[in-house]
Write a protein that binds this ligand. Structure first.
Ligand SMILES: O=P(O)(O)OC[C@H]1O[C@H](O)[C@H](O)[C@@H](O)[C@@H]1O
Length: 540
């Protein structure tokens, strides 16, 4: 593959960047009345205004040329065709099959996987309906009122985020909790006020080997058996979601309560697979299917919309623009929706685990920056903590601002306040306030320099009608495909995660060294040895 820096479009972008890097959004807007209209696009129920970015028509033209030269569309088509694009794990990448409507054909090694997907969805729907209606009960005959999802990473962040996002659509008579951390405090807090007879645990793990999840699942089983007095209770109080059906069965989970998925679904791309069982129990199968519809609508948009109006491509290319040309290190995600409080955390795994790589397709170390650091908080909360740095700090932090036009809360007047803040923040970040303007408003001279806000801070504005299952699906798929676009440009495998292995292996070496009954001979570095020794002395 041609080195990125050697591509004509890359070189043209570098030269173009040198020319426009200091252009201010104030003048870009003043000189171009049609800017907002031209730099916006719509698809799958989402509207994207990207006009408040530091770009011109030429920037866009060159970024689109880069996407073409780098073969983003071809790689996208290869993904949809079930090709083995996750080369380091030799796997297809087919989260798009999870939301393919019945009757679509998507093949992996000659087998159409769509019927299997719908078979699992139907089994999940049956399970969810029986729980929600009370047709299936716990071991003592009591209705299941509490669902605890035990899982971590992709088996946690998606389900937790989706449950919180869709609470207005959820069965309010049920309690949903999400346990991830191997810190026993997590499970203890989640169970301490619950009646075991009314509690279902879903053990969610693609591999069914993850230390945290297996440890918490075993502790949950002990808790349940202790509370209900018999091992037989496990059958009615545990379900599992995994690609590893054998280990889930060995754990003692009733086969009818095990829901499978496939190795062509990455953990961080799995919230719309059986990993979403807790979501489906919470909101019901119809809403879950509406969410899949939103995902699919964005898949189709990504697949068919011309690059210049293709939301995920635009979002991905803008990330490249700031990351590689402006040298930005991070991107902020600011959902103006309290229900999306966990969306930035969800996107952290999706983006950073996918594109936090420094080795390209050819096995060589890349000579450019890859995935940005993703972080964020819901607005308006963030405005009162870290926005100061966004407005007046020394770092360039492009932000995605996300809003919904219709409130779901009955406090509708407050929605105008929320949206006014959303629009105002993007305006302030983009255009700032000059010393002259401040003086004209009567700012005292001694204060004026401190009050100047430079502006020229870029934002994307993403709007949807309301936060519902369909728009949530579209929004997640938008970011999935943006991540894909970035990975294709950087020529990295966005679907492996080898970097997380070393820490796991080292932990497995240290675990026996903490055993109270042994006096280990430690052979780590002097810092790690001292820390282990200190812990052994200090713990109770
Ligand atoms: O679903 P599991 O197999 O338990 O994996 C849970 C998580 O742990 C791993 O360490 C990976 O970094 C994540 O990609 C994955 O989502």
């Amino acid at each position: 593959m041609t080195a990125l820096a050697a591509l004509p479009s890359w070189q043209a972008l570098s030269a173009h960047y040198a020319r426009i890097k200091d252009a201010h959004l104030r003048s870009l807007f003043a000189d171009d009345p049609g800017r907002a209209e031209r730099f916006s696009a719509e698809g799958a129920g989402l509207f994207l205004d990207y006009s408040k970015n530091r770009l011109t028509d030429e920037t866009l033209r060159l970024l689109l040329a880069l996407a073409a030269e780098r073969g983003v569309a071809e790689r996208r088509d290869a993904m949809f065709a079930g090709e083995t694009i996750n080369t380091t794990e030799r796997r297809a990448v087919l989260h798009v099959a999870l939301r393919a409507p019945r009757g679509t054909r998507i093949e992996v090694d000659g087998t159409d996987v769509v019927p299997e997907v719908h078979k699992v969805l139907d089994a999940m729907a049956d399970f969810a309906n029986r729980l929600r209606s009370g047709a299936s009960t716990g071991h003592t005959g009591k209705r299941i009122r509490n669902v605890i999802n035990i899982g971590i990473g992709g088996s946690f962040l998606g389900p937790e985020m989706a449950y919180r996002a869709l609470r207005p659509f959820s069965d309010r008579s049920m309690t949903f909790r999400f346990v991830a951390n191997v810190d026993g405090a997590d499970l203890t807090e989640a169970t301490q006020d619950l009646d075991a007879a009314e509690t279902l645990f879903i053990v969610a793990s693609k591999t069914f080997t993850t230390l945290e999840t297996m440890t918490n699942a075993a502790a949950a089983r002990e808790w349940l058996v202790r509370k209900l007095g018999t091992d037989a209770a496990v059958a009615k109080h545990f379900a599992a979601v995994s690609t590893n059906i054998g280990s889930a069965t060995e754990f003692g989970i009733t086969p009818a309560n095990i829901f499978g998925f496939w190795d062509w679904v990455g953990g961080r791309y799995s919230m719309d697979s059986a990993i979403g069982l807790s979501t489906m129990i919470a909101v019901g199968p119809d809403h879950f299917r509406a969410m899949l519809g939103g995902f699919h609508a964005m898949d189709e948009h990504f697949r068919r919309a011309p690059a210049a109006s293709n939301l995920p491509m635009l979002l991905g290319l803008l990330t490249i623009w700031y990351d590689n040309f402006f040298g930005a290190q991070t991107i902020g995600i600011m959902p103006y929706a309290a229900h999306l409080a966990r969306f930035p955390a969800y996107l952290q795994q999706l983006q950073m685990e996918s594109n936090g790589k420094h080795v390209g397709f050819d096995g060589g170390v890349v000579d450019y920056q890859t995935g940005p650091i993703i972080w964020g908080e819901p607005g308006t909360d963030g405005q009162h903590s870290f926005y100061q740095l966004l407005h007046q700090g020394t770092k360039l932090v492009p932000c995605d601002m996300i809003g919904f036009c219709q409130p779901l809360s009955p406090l509708t007047d407050q929605h105008d306040l929320l949206m006014a803040n959303l629009f105002a923040q993007a305006e302030a970040l983009g255009f700032g306030k000059t010393a002259e303007e401040l003086k004209a408003e009567g700012s005292p001279d001694f204060q004026t320099p401190f009050r100047v806000t430079e502006g020229n801070r870029p934002t994307n504005m993403i709007l949807a009608d309301r936060l519902d299952p369909a728009s949530l699906g579209s929004l997640v798929a938008l970011y999935e495909h943006s991540v894909f676009t970035q990975g294709a440009i950087w020529a990295i495998d966005s679907f492996d995660q080898w970097g997380v292995e070393l820490g796991k292996v080292l932990a497995s070496h240290i675990i026996p060294e903490l055993d109270r009954d042994v006096q280990p001979t430690l052979s780590h570095d002097s810092s790690t040895n001292a820390l282990i020794n200190r812990y052994r002395r200090m713990r109770r």
